[in-house]
Every structure is written in structure tokens, then in C-alpha cells.
Design a protein. Structure first.
Length: 185
């Protein structure tokens, strides 16, 4: 089961507000995201939390980074963000956890995400949510294989991979899992 440190109703409201602010019906968003209208309704009503795959599809359809889909932009800059206030998304079905270390801010462009993949777990994205989005990826622990633009990179702790995301991407953890930081600009 997926879980958030922020309550599911908060995520549900945020997704509904994003859809409505773009004047999209549930049917419109379902068509754009390839997520069924029934599933979207259940997500917006807080009955279920979206998986990592569903978040990726919604962020692509809404043209937002996943971090902005998970949590709204801060209206005012909060300089200090204690760990206890950092929103965490957990998708147990994919062995994936994501922490928004620096929440999205209307006043700043850079965001930092800390993520963990369980041993041998894989996360794949068919399309970037924001084409050309700049990523700086640093592996902290474990081993990770990242495929971007049809090229696979094998990362060891301390390695950095920088790229602009324009197509399919895949992140596959090694036998001991992986923990990494991702800076998004």
C-alpha cells in the first residue's frame, strides 16, 4: 500500500485542484494520462493513493514535475525545512520511497529529492513529465543502473549522472538496493 506523510486527502485535493485549474474534466485527464476515469475519481476522493506509475502518468498529462504533483508549490519561501516536515511518498508495490527534501517553491527553481529503491526494484517512465527537465543524480548507497536516452549507466556510491530528460527512463537497483539524491532544475 502506498502512503504519504501528508494525509491522502491533501494529495487528493491537490490533484483535483490541479485538474480543475486547467479546466479538465475527469474524462479529459483520463484520456491525457491513460489512467481510467474510475481510478482518477477514487484518487481524487482519497479512497486510494496513486502508485509511482500513476503519478508519472498524471505528472506527464499535467506537465508538472512529480514533486509538484505530490505537494503544492510553497506560496512563500520557507528557508529551513526540517526533516519532519519533508513529505514522503512510499510505493510498496514498486519498492520505492521518495522524500521531497526541498519542497517545490514558486520563488526557487531547484528541488532536491532523496529516494530509495529496494533490492532489484525498478521504476520506469515512458515520458518525461517536463521534457528537457535537468536532472543531477548522485548515488549515496548501493548500486543503480539508470537508462536515459537508450544508454544505461552503472552508478556506484558517489557517482553523479547529469542529463536533460527527453524520453524513456528507467532506474534499477542492484542486489543491495539504492539510495540517492536527485536535484531537479
Amino acid at each position: 500500500m502506498e502512503s504519504f506523510t501528508a494525509s491522502p486527502p491533501t494529495l487528493a485535493r491537490h490533484i483535483r485542484d490541479l485538474r480543475q485549474s486547467r479546466n479538465l474534466t475527469l474524462a479529459d485527464l483520463a484520456k491525457a494520462s491513460s489512467v481510467s476515469r474510475a481510478s482518477l475519481s477514487r484518487i481524487e476522493n482519497g479512497e486510494v493513493s496513486p502508485t509511482a506509475d500513476t503519478l508519472a502518468k498524471l505528472s506527464t498529462a499535467l506537465r508538472l514535475p512529480i514533486s509538484q504533483l505530490i505537494s503544492p508549490l510553497e506560496s512563500r519561501l520557507q528557508a529551513f525545512v526540517p526533516r519532519s516536515a519533508q513529505q514522503v511518498y512510499h510505493d510498496a508495490s514498486h519498492g520505492f520511497q521518495r522524500r521531497n527534501v526541498s519542497p517545490p517553491s514558486a520563488g526557487l527553481q531547484l528541488e532536491i529529492v532523496e529516494a530509495t529503491l529496494e533490492p532489484e526494484a525498478t521504476i520506469s517512465y515512458d515520458h518525461p513529465s517536463v521534457p528537457g527537465h535537468e536532472h543531477h543524480f548522485v548515488l549515496l548507497e548501493g548500486a543503480l543502473y539508470i537508462t536515459v536516452d537508450s544508454q544505461t549507466h552503472s552508478l556506484c556510491p558517489g557517482d553523479c549522472l547529469r542529463y536533460r530528460l527527453n524520453g524513456v527512463s528507467e532506474f534499477r537497483a542492484g542486489p543491495d538496493g539504492a539510495r540517492y539524491l536527485l536535484a531537479l532544475a
